[in-house]
Design a protein around this ligand. Structure first.
Ligand SMILES: *Cc1c(COP(=O)(O)O)cnc(C)c1O
Length: 439
């Protein structure tokens, strides 16, 4: 509570380095134990200088949400209950909360109510889980039983992605035995959206089992692939379509923004995060698969002592023993309600527009992207000045934005992802940036 109380005033970037913190907590493991209350007090006292103001309203780096109060308290309950939530037979309360959270989320996002929802650690593992399911399914459709015969002699799976996909897609492919040179890359436009005519041309050359990976919410620009155009092209060519919507999928929950995800529901699998736009604590992502039978085929485990109750968490994720990380998602959804989720997403977009307008009004600052959603990217006249501005802002302490490379130029990225951000936070950040931009 003390830490949360400091968020409005503390420098958002930490004052201590990793080395400082290693000294604070380090030394050899003491022989003797310590009273649990003292352990926690020692940790809390030492931690402060190395903590980042991530749960506050002016952390705009990467794509990182804050934590809604109900979700934070629910997360404490998850630890106190200590329910190993792999199977409904063992832990009915947490599995029920997760199952309902999954159904609510499918409903909010306009996805098929019968889809399987696996709560995993984040977007990376959600992409991995969905793509592992996809690989299994497309091989099965071409007559290859992956579970029985393995990958080594299997028909090559064509893995088609957009030029501006997230790095976690290639990493998921690597885990799945798909090499970098095997990934087929389709051209993207200036905002990072896959070009439909380029996909059409690419798929004419692809034979055999096929996975097409699309994106809802490009991490720099916030742009959305034109799903209504792309998914039918992929399906006409027999592909499994996966959508990485780590933060963008939530646009579908807003009547004002759901035009961005038009066509979304036709895909075969979707990955998203709850710890970004939904603002639950780390960690919580969701792997969603249209046909639960495909999830079961890829993930159901054996074991004479395991009891099956229909669709258990261990049927739809790579985990066996697992934390009930979907419970905070239930609390976040219940606390916001349908209208509250829409209002949250709308607010993030409005803050992004206000930030972009304010930045564009500063002499020497250029906003680089079309601000359609929650991402604002900007730069100064040169790469060096752009990088220096980011570093100066971290040192100044008001807010955090993080740097990136976009189309060969240095930029700063500002991601609106926190429920805690207010119009005043946007103003304070703009004032700080104004004071730091060279005249
Ligand atoms: C954040 C992000 C991921 C990875 O999600 P983690 O929660 O960090 O594992 C994947 N794709 C996109 C588009 C993202 O923004």
């Amino acid at each position: 509570m003390a830490f949360l109380g400091t968020l409005d005033d503390r420098p958002v970037w930490p004052r201590a380095t990793l080395d400082d913190m290693l000294v604070t907590f380090g030394g050899p493991l003491p022989d003797e134990g310590l009273d649990p209350v003292e352990v926690v007090e020692q940790m809390a006292a030492g931690a402060d200088p190395g903590l980042v103001g991530i749960p506050g309203g002016r952390f705009f780096g990467f794509v990182i949400g804050g934590t809604l109060p109900a979700a934070l308290a629910a997360d404490w309950l998850v630890s106190a209950w200590d329910q190993n939530s792999g199977s409904a037979m063992l832990t009915p309360t947490t599995v029920a909360l997760e199952r309902i959270a999954g159904r609510w989320m499918l409903d909010l996002l306009g996805l098929p109510q019968t889809a399987s929802v696996g709560f995993v650690t984040g977007g990376q593992i959600a992409n991995f889980t969905c793509l592992a399911t996809a690989r299994h399914a497309v091989l099965a459709r071409s007559g290859w039983d992956l579970a029985e015969r393995g990958l080594r002699s299997a028909p090559a799976v064509r893995f088609v992605v957009g030029a501006d996909r997230h790095g976690s897609i290639d990493r998921a492919a690597r885990f799945l035995g798909i090499g970098r040179a095997e990934i087929v890359v389709v051209d993207a436009d200036d905002q990072g959206r896959m070009r439909p005519e380029a996909l059409e041309r690419t798929l004419e050359r692809c034979e055999g089992p096929l996975i097409v990976c699309l994106q809802a919410g490009e991490v720099h620009t916030g742009a959305f692939d034109d799903l209504a155009a792309l998914i039918p092209i992929a399906h006409r060519n027999g592909a499994w379509v996966h959508v990485d919507g780590a933060f963008g999928l939530w646009a579908a929950a807003s009547p004002a923004l759901q035009h961005l995800t038009a066509g979304l529901e036709a895909a075969d699998s979707w990955a998203t995060d709850a710890h970004k736009t939904l603002n639950v604590p780390y960690d919580c992502g969701m792997a969603i698969v249209r046909d639960p039978a495909d999830s079961i085929a890829a993930f159901r485990t054996g074991g004479d002592y395991l009891v099956y109750t229909g669709l258990d968490p261990w049927d739809v994720t790579p985990e066996l023993s697992r934390r009930a990380r979907g419970v905070p998602a239930w609390a976040a959804l219940r606390s916001l309600g349908r209208s509250g989720v829409a209002a949250l997403v709308d607010r993030l977009h409005e803050h992004a527009v206000a930030m972009a307008d304010g930045l564009a009004g500063i002499d020497g600052v250029e906003v680089v992207n079309d601000v359609v959603y929650t991402q604002v990217m900007f730069r100064l006249g040169s790469d060096d000045e752009t990088r220096a501005l980011g570093a100066a802002l971290l040192a100044e302490g008001t807010a955090v934005v993080t740097g990136a490379e976009w189309r060969g130029h240095a930029t700063q990225r500002c991601s609106m992802s926190s429920w805690a951000t207010t119009p005043d936070d946007v103003e304070r950040t703009l004032t700080a940036i104004r004071s730091l931009v060279p005249a």
